[in-house]
Design a binder for this molecule. Structure first.
Ligand SMILES: Nc1ncnc2c1ncn2[C@@H]1O[C@H](COP(=O)(O)OP(=O)(O)OP(=O)(O)O)[C@@H](O)[C@H]1O
Length: 354
């Protein structure tokens, strides 16, 4: 159990089946940024102080009341994990890439179902994250809020009556809340409307990020949409406006899919079929090609052009084909060609299992 199970399996609690709007919304994430009063922000902490912060959070998590409310969160120091294991946590979206830098000062507390993780000494002392399948921002918020309240009973948070919760980057001050949804938008990409749609969203105070968050690229037609500002809006307002923008995007994506079915059905079926065939039979596959083909097949599954595959199997496959997960399975180094071969083998065997 614990972290070893997490890094040995590509499956995660947030890939659950039958989630609301699960044909387009892969997952919903709430993260709350908090800092401890009396300590410098993480980038200024030396190792000893950083360890004190980790220890304080660990003690707070062991509090009986909090365990009853939120379950057991096991603290894992980043230094106790191998570089490959750390990278797998990023590939599973349980930590952000930031936690890999200066990792000797950082830690993550994880719940066994992987729906809750608390990053310690990331950009802020605490980053409480709740990740759920489909569109479930309110539920994720309720979970995060409960944990935050529980922790605040023991920890002395840095708070100002003027600015709210204080954070290392001013854009996170106030509520410290980032709400985000990971969306699969192949329809809007195929009808060539994605750029316009994303540009208009950024004018409304939302930001679109790539697959692993800030500074990363969008792969497999997956986009992460989140609020830009946390100050001056309540948590409920932030979540409600993200829900409403997401609703509009869902409508646009569904329209695009409908138009593709009506106007380019055979081209679409050909694209989906070719990608499915390639995934089922190829022996060499780059990571970029895998993401692209998995996205096509996911669209085919959503449009019932392909039956017998569940969307969450494809989400799992995305993690299974990422570089660190492959290295872990190989238990040693892989050349780029060996990696491409192993990736193709894993995909074939996973898709042929059904
Ligand atoms: N809806 C989502 N589903 C799955 N993973 C997500 C989602 N939103 C964000 N993530 C993951 O969370 C991590 C952090 O993302 P991001 O950098 O956007 O947020 P952040 O660290 O909270 O923001 P910042 O530090 O810029 O305030 C990344 O690994 C990203 O993949």
């Amino acid at each position: 159990m614990g972290i070893k199970k997490t890094v040995n399996s590509a499956r995660s609690g947030w890939m659950g089946a039958g989630a609301p709007e699960g044909d387009i919304v892969v997952s919903s994430r709430i993260r709350i940024a908090r800092n401890l009063h009396g300590y410098s922000f993480p980038h200024l902490l030396d190792r000893e102080k950083a360890e004190q912060v980790i220890h304080a959070v660990q003690l707070a998590l062991e509090n009986g009341e909090l365990v009853k409310q939120a379950g057991i969160l096991e603290m894992n120091r980043m230094a106790e994990l191998s570089p490959v294991e750390r990278q797998i946590l990023v590939e599973k979206h349980l930590i952000s890439p930031n936690l890999l830098e200066e990792h000797e000062k950082k830690a993550v507390a994880l719940r066994d179902d992987e729906l809750v993780s608390i990053m310690v000494n990331e950009e802020d002392h605490l980053r409480i994250q709740c990740l759920l399948p489909g569109l479930q921002l309110e539920k994720a918020w309720e979970m995060a809020d409960k944990i935050d309240d529980g922790l605040e009973k023991t920890l002395d948070y840095a708070f100002s009556s003027k600015y709210g919760y204080l954070t290392a980057c001013p854009t996170n001050a106030g509520t410290g809340l980032r709400a985000s949804v990971m969306l699969h938008l192949p329809g809007l990409v195929l009808v060539d409307q994605i750029r316009g749609v994303l540009a208009s969203i950024s004018k409304l105070g939302f930001t679109v990020r790539g697959l692993y968050g800030e500074g990363t690229e969008a792969l497999g037609n997956l986009f992460q949409l989140s609020n830009q500002v946390t100050l001056g809006h309540s948590e409920e307002e932030i979540i409600s406006s993200l829900n409403s923008i997401t609703g509009q995007l869902l409508a646009r994506e569904r329209e695009a899919r409908k138009a593709l079915l009506q106007q380019r059905r055979e081209q679409l079926a050909d694209r989906v079929g070719r990608s499915y065939g390639t995934l089922m039979h190829a022996h060499m596959m780059s990571s970029e090609e895998a993401m692209r083909r998995i996205s096509d097949v996911r669209l085919g599954v959503d449009l019932q052009m392909i039956t017998g595959i569940a969307p969450e199997q494809l989400t799992e496959l995305m993690v299974m084909t990422r570089p660190a997960y492959l290295l872990k399975q190989a238990q040693g180094d892989l050349s780029p060609a060996q990696r491409d071969n192993m990736r193709a083998n894993i995909i074939r065997s996973k898709l042929n299992q059904r």
